[in-house]
Design a protein around this ligand. Sequence first.
Ligand code: F0G
Length: 457
Amino acid sequence: MELPFAESYKIKMVEPIRKSSRQERETWIREAGYNLFRLKSTQVFIDLLTDSGTGAMSDKQWSEMMIGDESYAGATSYFKMKNAILDILGFEYFLPTHQGRAAENVLFSVLIKEGDIIPGNSHFDTTKGHIEFRRAQAIDCTIDEAFDTTLDHPFKGNIDLGKLEAVLNEHSDEIPFIIVTVTCNSSGGQPVSLENLKMVRQIADKYGKLVLFDSARFAENAYFIKMREKGCEDKSIRTIVREMFENADMMTMSAKKDAIVNMGGFIAMRSKELHTKASVFNIMFEGYITYGGMSGRDMNALAQGLYEGSEFEYLETRIRQVEYLGKKLMDFGIPVQQPIGGHAVFLDAKRFLPHLPKEEFQAQTLAVELYLEAGVRGVEIGALLADRDPITRKNRYPALELMRLAIPRRVYTNNHMDVVAVALKNIYDRRDAIRRGFKIIYEAPIMRHFTVALDLV
Ligand code: F0G
């Protein structure tokens, strides 16, 4: 008999979590304005709000914390991080930042001016926020297949090269760089193929443009390339990672994902000149160039995390768990984005609750139902997140209305996944009885989903 699959680690430390009653949850969610971000973590049983900063560090990472160098300038921890970035990603220059959006803020302060256009594959919300904040525009050039959740395409994060060239032809002068998000979070944690990355590079060269990788989940992307792309099956993850990044001039990284730390990020680049320019903004917004918003111990843990996060056995354990949950849901007939993504399972709320109007926020309604059912916290990736058009101020209704269940790294067991799956089955069985969605009673002018307050329609 073939031995079953098992995790590539064992558990050394545990953190108790608490169940609650439905009655308690009804009160808590009402008090939170039906916004899951506004719940206390103690009011949540299984927290799948995000895989960002929620992973469990390893014994080696914790050991690194103890030997962090907290010198203001030139700390050994800075050089540890520098060496790891050069070794794994191949970039000579880098700047630490406190997280991914800080990296965007610093880099975009150098590269983006009002009126610019930044084409890419479904820009993440903070990325788009930092573009629009500078009165520039993000244009989504993701392949059409990504927007049909029933289609099983191996690389739904791919850039549509035709769409990209059309934007470049029309707006070449306004385009400072092209952005590729690996994996593409907004389209469902979907990977970009190595071939697509190479083609984007070729097109960028043709038009003399820089290429930026938004790299939060670069290692998960490399895993999918190994598993799905012809000719890559025998390559190591590290080799694939190097081949991916050969196609980029620069990267921003939220290290809270694939570097498995609770806080941290960086910008890395090949150009010394860009590093010099970005250093000015890094010092202003983040901190001196050898710590940029991170403590020495955190830089140590990040360096170690880059190595662990790009190991095949770790990635296999991680992505198989996400797949385990996704497959359970599919077996129950629940509509999910297919194939299952790297860091999360995305439920198609338009197909789950087709009878609710989009103006009542279907994905948010589903997320609230899941919380009420089992104390599980997911997150809306739909019309609330899509926010209003910055110019017309009209609500934007994205092609996909999704509820995301993001799985923290090395945190939950498959028993937890079973609870989530059954809770969703129960909701799916009674979906026709869900008749009331939500209306907004408070919203911030930008990135409203974090603080929005809602009420039942
Ligand atoms: N880029 C991508 C693709 C992301 O998924 C995120 C964060 C960021 C940039 C920003 O990084 O949070 O460190 O400032 N995504 C988290 C999520 C918040 O839940 O998907 P950050």
